[in-house]
Design a protein around this ligand. Structure first.
Ligand code: ADP
Ligand code: MG
Length: 256
């Protein structure tokens, strides 16, 4: 779990300013949704938090530590994208276990065949197996562990992607429109699943969507962005009842 603090953050690509003076505190264990129209800067902000992109100005701290100088893998955050980015040639079990293998420090420990001959391999393998079992039980994908991504439905693949993110016990989950490739019915179903997962794990979630309904139903708080600016950060109820301006009211669909 982690509190994430974003201070006076600006981002430009060349001469184009895409994030303007973003200040945002995300509480420990909170489900915060970044919502706003396409192109307003949501993905850029999430990628900067993850360390995949660097800010032009400003600071980010996670759990009280300044992370500006830390590489993505040292931030202990899990990123889940809309394209599931699973390895097609690996089974579900192998897909889920890959992040744990990568955490082993010596390169040869990361290779299943050589790694298994090295001292401590049995212990490491047992730990990894326990973790995969916990995660797959929580996500109800135990029966899919020996299949490959090509043999799964969209919803199942999204669950495997979640499993792969969860297996490292990250301090926070960063999700960029994770449901936008699914059909409408499944999307609504997965919303509930992700919200439940958040309750069970109690970990901080930052969830990005352009879908107002998704934001309203899943979030503890909503951060509404437009044109690179954060217009309002509030609970779904507050933002619906007391939008700060007409742009927020229109986006959220508040009564006139
Ligand atoms: P959103 O996720 O809200 O749709 P993005 O963060 O992807 O918005 O993009 C915000 C703005 O930044 C857009 O105008 C986009 O064209 C621009 N942008 C994003 N990434 C880059 C990049 N690597 N180089 C130049 N411009 C970019
Ligand atoms: Mg985006």
């Amino acid at each position: 779990m982690a509190q994430i603090a974003i201070q006076a953050l600006n981002k430009s690509f060349g001469d184009t300013r895409v994030l303007e003076e973003i200040n945002l505190n995300i509480q420990d264990g909170e489900f915060l949704t970044l919502v706003g129209p396409s192109g307003c800067g949501k993905s850029t902000l999430l990628r900067i938090i993850a360390g995949l992109e660097s800010q032009t100005e400003g600071h980010i701290s996670i759990g009280g530590c300044q992370v500006d100088q830390l590489r993505p893998k040292d931030r202990n955050l899990a990123m889940v994208f809309q394209s599931y980015a699973l390895y097609p040639h690996l089974t579900v079990r192998e897909n889920i276990v890959t992040p744990l293998r990568m955490r082993n420090h010596k390169w040869y420990q990361r290779l299943p065949l050589i790694g298994n001959l090295m001292p401590g391999a049995e212990h490491r393998n047992r730990e990894m197996e326990t973790k995969v079992n916990q995660v797959s039980e929580l996500l109800q994908i135990g029966h899919l562990l020996d299949r490959r991504p090509g043999e799964l439905s969209g919803g199942q693949r999204q669950r495997v992607a979640l499993g792969r993110a969860m297996v490292r016990s990250p301090d926070a989950f960063l999700m960029d429109e994770p449901l936008s490739n699914l059909d409408a019915k499944l999307r609504v179903h997965m919303r509930t699943e992700i919200a439940q997962l958040h309750k069970q794990l109690g970990t901080t979630f930052i969830y990005v969507t352009h879908d107002q309904a998704e934001a309203m139903t899943m979030s503890d708080r909503i951060a509404l962005m437009m044109d690179g600016e954060l217009l309002q950060v509030a609970t779904p109820e507050e933002i619906y009842r007391n939008p700060v301006d007409v742009r927020v009211a229109e986006f959220i669909g508040s009564p006139k």
